[in-house]
Structures are given as structure tokens and as C-alpha cells.
Write a protein that binds this ligand. Structure first.
Ligand code: FES
Length: 82
């Protein structure tokens, strides 16, 4: 089972999360919130506010977890708050 590392940019804290096959189709913003990771958003996932951005300016509301892993095989998500 693959594992995703989520690291807080301010705290430097990292947490590891196992990923199941069903997770790959889940919107990344939703998946992060399901892991109880606080993600900012003021457009409710419409791709307008850009507050849900992670590294490289990628918008978590516009990616599935599977699409993220294709872009980032090292499976590391950098978030503002953790
Ligand atoms: S939630 Fe607003 S751009 Fe992603």
C-alpha cells in the first residue's frame, strides 16, 4: 500500500498516510480534509481563490490524489498548516 507524506511548511512536521486504491479517485482537497488536515478555501473548490494551493502552485481542488501522484512520484505534499 503506498504511503503519502504530508509536511507542514511552517512547522516542518511530517505525517505519513497510507493510501488505498479507492483514495486515488478522491479530490485531493477532500482527501486532505478527510485526514483532518486544515486546508484554506474561500471558493469551495471552484479553482478561483487559489488558497488550497500546495507546492508548484498546484490546486488541491483541481487534482485527484491519483493525478497528484502522477505529477509527484515522491508522494510528498507540502501544506501551509499541519
Ligand atoms: S479551493 Fe479555491 S482554488 Fe481551490
Amino acid at each position: 500500500m503506498p504511503v503519502i507524506e504530508v509536511m507542514g511548511l511552517a512547522s516542518g512536521v511530517s505525517r505519513m498516510y497510507p493510501v488505498g486504491p479507492l483514495d486515488l479517485e478522491v479530490n485531493l482537497l477532500t482527501w486532505l480534509r478527510l485526514q483532518h488536515i486544515t486546508m484554506a478555501s474561500s471558493c469551495d473548490g471552484k479553482g478561483v481563490c487559489r488558497k488550497c494551493a500546495i507546492q508548484n502552485g498546484w490546486l488541491t481542488c483541481e487534482l485527484t490524489l491519483g493525478e497528484f501522484l502522477e505529477r509527484c512520484p515522491e508522494a510528498k505534499i507540502l501544506v501551509s498548516y499541519l
